[in-house]
Design a protein around this ligand. Structure first.
Ligand code: NAI
Length: 308
């Protein structure tokens, strides 16, 4: 099966690389507006095929959407990333036009595609992609929670001095510095609540570092991160193409779930061949519920900017 990745920049190329290395797709098409750029990234990646032992064919094209035809999944990473000191919301002006245009072009050539939105501010870009396409709710998935949860697990593993693979946990809410809601109450180490291992001070530290995880990397790198974002996207693509039905927090159009409607917001869902198979409603503590609702209000304000 074929996957299109729009934007051959840091996140797009990393995502193509992880998809290829895991060897579950027949073809990945990278597409970018920068002349020759996607072709170059695709060629460089293809020259790792014999080294890394994968059979996925990676091709690159400049602007030619006819080459993306028949894709099962299309990932939108096109747009500008943040620079140190910026919030994700600062990117809306440039990225909104790009995401809207790209959504339309993908669907012209792959009318059945499931779309994964990565460009920031992601919750709002996912909402825009819905509005621009009118696709059913199951076919547009915003990637944020998968990454934020991986960062949460990284910080928990650090605090518990254990491997991240021992940790299970989720971040829901908005994909923003202030709006993420790491579910400390539900995180476990091999089934044992993590709150049994770390005191409240350490818990607050983990929550804070998780929320500013992207900003910390942007400061260190001068631009935003790409390895973990690319890997997080590849997990979603894999769950769709192999119909794995993994439960992953994603930004999804809500219709009454968690008491919210007409907003794309981070909630756990089962991801399979139809995209979103089911939204999972979990019980939240009063504090988590308050933070979740506050974050939803902030996302609505950013969504309103689309129509100003
Ligand atoms: P980048 O600058 O490395 O790559 C973006 C690419 O998009 C560039 O190659 C550019 O030429 C291309 N592009 C711009 N307009 C286009 C168009 N109309 N059609 C096709 N390609 C176009 O940026 P990077 O680091 O890859 O980040 C991409 C986006 O993903 C940013 O908006 C960033 O904020 C977001 N991001 C989201 C994450 C998430 O968890 N949702 C995580 C990391 C980044």
């Amino acid at each position: 099966s074929k996957v299109t990745v729009v934007g051959a920049g840091n996140v797009g190329a990393s995502c193509a690389e992880y998809i290829a290395i895991k060897n579950f797709a027949s073809e990945v098409v990278l597409i970018d507006i920068k002349e020759g750029f996607a072709e170059g990234k695709a060629m460089d990646l293809m020259q790792t095929a014999s080294l890394n032992g994968f059979d996925t064919r990676i091709t690159g094209v400049t602007n030619d959407y006819s080459k993306t035809a028949g894709s099962k999944v299309a990932v939108i990473t096109s747009g500008v990333p943040r620079k140190p000191g910026m919030t994700r919301e600062d990117l809306i002006g440039i990225n909104a036009g790009i995401v809207k245009d790209v959504t339309t072009k993908i669907l012209e050539h792959s009318p059945e595609a499931i779309i994964i939105v990565v460009s920031n501010p992601m919750d709002t870009m996912t909402y825009l992609s819905h509005k621009a396409s009118g696709l059913p709710k199951n076919r547009i998935i915003g990637m944020g929670g998968a990454l934020d949860s991986a960062r949460f697990k990284y910080r928990l593993a650090e605090a518990l001095e254990c491997p991240a693979s021992d940790i299970d946990g989720m971040v829901i809410g908005a994909h923003s510095d202030t709006g993420m809601v790491p579910l400390m109450s539900k995180a476990t180490r091999n089934g044992v609540p993590v709150v049994n291992f770390i005191d409240e001070e350490k818990q607050s530290y983990v929550i804070e570092e998780t929320k500013i995880g992207g900003a910390t990397l942007t400061k260190l790198l001068g631009t935003s991160a790409w390895y973990a974002p690319g890997a997080a996207v590849s997990v979603l693509v894999h769950s769709i193409l192999a119909d794995q039905k993994k439960m992953v927090p994603c930004s999804l159009m809500l219709d009454g779930e968690y008491g919210l409607s007409d907003i794309c917001f981070g909630v756990p869902a089962i991801i399979g061949k139809n995209g979103v198979e089911k939204i999972v409603e979990v019980e939240l503590t009063e504090d988590e519920k308050a933070k979740f609702n506050e974050a939803a209000d902030a996302v609505r304000k950013t969504n309103d900017v689309l129509y100003e």
